[in-house]
Ligand binder design. Structure first.
Ligand SMILES: *Cc1c(COP(=O)(O)O)cnc(C)c1O
Length: 360
């Protein structure tokens, strides 16, 4: 069967050269007579994999030595809790922008640990845009301000990093590595790798070292940013194969794409193919407000649930897979992460045009 164009929101497509490289090395990594999956995580061979991965990630994203890079497990969901457990520990309070489902989950988890304060919400607008922070609502004693940079389910994204006096904490699960990002503006960034960085099982946390000093001493070690940072993500067994896959994705991003600026250019071109069509179509309607459009998750509807479903079914027959919107919102969602080639996006646009002709 030919390779499909997979528009899944995650786990999602990987670059073909990355899969080929992994296949080539599956039985033997380097010249050491074993697979990377079989190696002791403390072996010399594996240390070079994980250290190399961190070096590449630092270089691609421009992460300086004031930050720790942690390779953890448990997904972004776990971070919703670890964030307040570690950082909501100075004044016991933090501010939250409610821009969608995941942003709300982070807020509700934090409520279990202290005073979580909502400073903006676009819920009354069905999360169709990034809400403006109401400055008057900001708590001057907030230990951090939490945002979800790209709202995977609603297809909205910050177009610039919001100003914040409190350290900025951001869920970047579905956008990290899609565009250049000024890491120095953030206190902490985190995300599951299965959206745009690699495969499930790895969660990347990038955190200002000074913030890890807030981790309470009585936190279980596995939950402590301080202890994880001090141990160099080697407190226990890290997700060894998933780290290796991220490392291959970073090689691809640097060597074949040419870095984040080049990736951003490609991603903008890809998203424009669909958004431009949506803007001219009188049949399909984009869901996100124009000033909040996501580069990675493009959501649209026809106005009829049945027609949306029919569209996804018909698309599948053309090798355009996983276009159904999140179960909470329905509609159509095309996730066009880094690994989605422009040919996939053009094939989708062409099919939309054909479907519109037939059903309008
Ligand atoms: C997918 C997603 C999550 C949940 O991630 P898990 O790794 O499954 O816990 C959280 N936040 C955002 C923005 C996501 O896209």
């Amino acid at each position: 069967m030919p390779r499909v164009f997979n528009f899944s929101a995650g786990p999602s497509m990987l670059p073909l050269p990355v899969l080929e490289k992994a296949k080539e090395e599956l039985l033997e990594h380097g010249a050491c007579g074993q697979s990377v999956m079989e190696m002791s995580h403390r072996s010399k061979e594996y240390l070079s994999v994980i250290e190399g991965c961190e070096t590449k990630l630092r270089s691609v994203l421009g992460i300086n030595d004031n930050y720790s890079v942690l390779f953890l497990q448990g997904g972004a969901w776990t971070q919703f809790a670890l964030l307040p457990m570690n950082l909501m520990t100075v004044n016991g309070a933090a501010d939250f922008v409610l821009s969608g489902y995941w942003a709300q989950k982070a807020y509700f988890e934090a409520k279990k640990f202290g005073k979580a304060n909502a400073v903006a919400s676009s819920e009354s607008d069905s999360f169709s845009h990034i809400p403006e922070i109401e400055r008057a609502k900001l708590n001057p004693k907030a230990d951090y301000l939490h945002i979800c940079y790209n709202n995977t389910i609603y297809g909205t994204e910050y177009q610039s990093i919001p100003e914040s006096i409190a350290p900025l904490a951001a869920d970047v699960s579905s956008m990290l590595l899609s565009q250049p990002l000024d890491i120095s503006k953030f206190g902490v960034l985190y995300g599951g790798a299965q959206k745009n960085m690699g495969i499930a099982g790895l969660t990347v946390v990038i955190i200002q070292k000074s913030l890890t000093e807030r981790s309470p001493h009585n936190l279980p070690s596995m939950f402590s940013y301080k202890e994880q940072g001090d141990a160099g993500s080697m407190f226990n067994t890290p997700p060894t194969f998933a780290v290796y896959m991220l490392s291959l994705v970073l090689d691809w991003l640097m060597d074949e794409i040419g870095g984040l600026e080049a990736m951003y250019e490609i991603n903008r071109e890809k998203a424009a193919v669909i958004y431009d069509y949506l803007d001219e179509s009188r049949f399909f309607r984009p869901v996100a407000r124009k000033d909040s459009r996501s580069l990675m998750n493009i959501c649209f509807v026809t106005g009829s649930k049945d027609t949306d479903l029919l569209f996804c079914d018909e698309a599948k027959k053309r090798g355009l897979l996983n276009l159904a919107g999140h179960r909470l919102v329905g509609g159509v969602r095309a996730s066009v992460y880094n690994a989605m080639p422009i040919e996939g996006v053009r094939a989708l646009r062409d099919f939309m045009r054909e479907f519109e002709k037939e059903h309008a």
